[in-house]
Design a protein around this ligand. Structure first.
Ligand code: PAD
Ligand code: ZN
Length: 357
């Protein structure tokens, strides 16, 4: 089975022929049809991270179930599915509290993929830059027959994280002002989440003119080119001098996280969506935190509950209330995976998607 493998941090991905084990108890073997290209994969490729190579990237996938392991009743062969990433055991302190995105159960360690004697890790419990993957059945949500798999794949991460940050994490209310710093595959979904929430002012910030244009198409009301100066002052100018009710950082950079906090009005909410480097810290004036009464909140995976939220996003798409096809700027074959990341780094795509025959 063909898969893209990272053997060494910062090295190019290599297409390999891997052996895939039979699905273990609780797993389903899924033929991957589409896998979105998310910056989180690139962070694991480029930065020191808690996942050691070799690994197969890809965590934004949809496909078709081919076989199921012992005890799997959620899905059957032939089901078309979208997969969440990570672990949701349903039993731990966090899952029991209805916060499965914070599940405390460790990732499984049994070997699913190997090349010869060498075990290869599926990144984030998915590893969908591969023709097939054994996926934790608890992460799978069955799709309706009329839901195409390419847009469905984006629900697995970018859509859920971006819209969820607005609707579930921050609970933006109608009429609010929202600033979004970083307009990639996730940030554009923050923009359309703000539209769904009824935000009145949606201020979109990026360094790339194409991204600003995309943000307009997704519903941004004001655009700020961050190359032209400090976006914090511009956000304040557009919000009566106070700052936005809500500001979202969707890059993963301590400097822009501080910008999002500063661009939030007194009593407002700043949301950290971007994944910063492991050791990074953010400098925020301490007494200002007290005086301004702001809330600074982290958004892990859009606070998602896949079984509840994925079908909602499918329905919103089918009723024309959210854009998914418009997020797919370019399709790549598996052996173009390196180029797919390069296109993302050059700012040329909203989302790239790896598609399989
Ligand atoms: P992307 O590369 O598609 O988009 C990032 C955007 O940020 C690009 O449009 C850049 O031009 C823009 N940008 C970069 N630097 C600046 C700057 N200084 N000022 C303004 N704009 C800038 O990435 P993505 O949308 O796939 O992911 C964005 C982040 O979200 C990334 O850190 C990723 O790891 C994280 C993420 N978090 C979760 C989560 O659970 N919180 C889930 C998925 C992705
Ligand atoms: Zn992602």
């Amino acid at each position: 089975m063909k898969a893209a493998v990272l053997w060494e941090r910062r090295a190019p991905l290599v297409i390999e022929d891997l052996d895939l084990a039979d699905p273990a108890p609780g797993e389903a073997r899924v033929r991957i049809v589409a896998s979105g290209v998310c910056h989180s994969d690139l962070h694991h490729i480029q930065r020191e991270s808690w996942v050691a190579p070799p690994f197969v990237p890809g965590h934004e996938a949809a496909g078709v179930v081919e076989a199921v392991g012992e005890g799997v009743t959620r899905v059957r062969p032939g089901d078309r599915v979208v997969s969440a990433f990570g672990v949701r055991c349903g039993e731990c302190f966090f899952c029991q509290r209805g916060q499965p995105y914070l599940c405390a159960t460790p990732y499984p360690t049994h070997v699913r993929l190997r090349r010869g004697d060498q075990a290869v890790t599926p990144l984030l419990n998915v590893g969908s830059f591969a023709e097939r993957a054994n996926l934790d059945a608890r992460n799978l949500v069955v799709l309706p027959d009329d839901m195409p798999l390419e847009p469905a794949a984006l629900i697995a991460c970018g859509v859920t994280t971006g819209i969820g940050a607005v609707i579930t994490t921050a609970r933006v209310e109608p009429g609010a002002s929202v600033a979004v710093i970083g307009l990639g595959g996730v940030g554009l979904n923050v923009v359309q989440g703000a539209v769904l929430a009824g935000a009145a002012r949606i201020i979109a910030v990026d360094l790339v003119p194409y991204k600003l244009e995309l943000a307009r198409e997704f519903g941004a009301t004001h655009l700020i080119d961050a190359r032209e100066g400090d976006p914090v002052e511009r956000v304040k100018q557009l919000t009566g001098g106070w700052g936005a009710d809500y500001a979202f950082e969707v890059i993963g950079n301590p400097a822009t996280i501080a910008q999002a906090y500063e661009a939030t009005r007194k009593g407002g909410v700043a949301v950290v969506v971007g994944v910063a480097p492991e050791e990074a810290t953010v400098a925020i004036n301490a007494v200002g935190m007290m005086r301004t009464g702001k809330t600074l909140v982290g958004c892990n995976y859009g606070s998602v509950r896949p079984a509840i939220d994925f079908p909602r996003y499918v329905d919103l798409y089918r009723h024309g209330r959210i854009k998914l096809d418009e997020l797919i700027s370019r399709r790549f074959a598996l052996d173009e995976a390196n180029e797919a990341f390069a296109a993302m780094e050059r700012g040329e795509v909203a989302r790239g998607v790896i598609v399989f025959e």
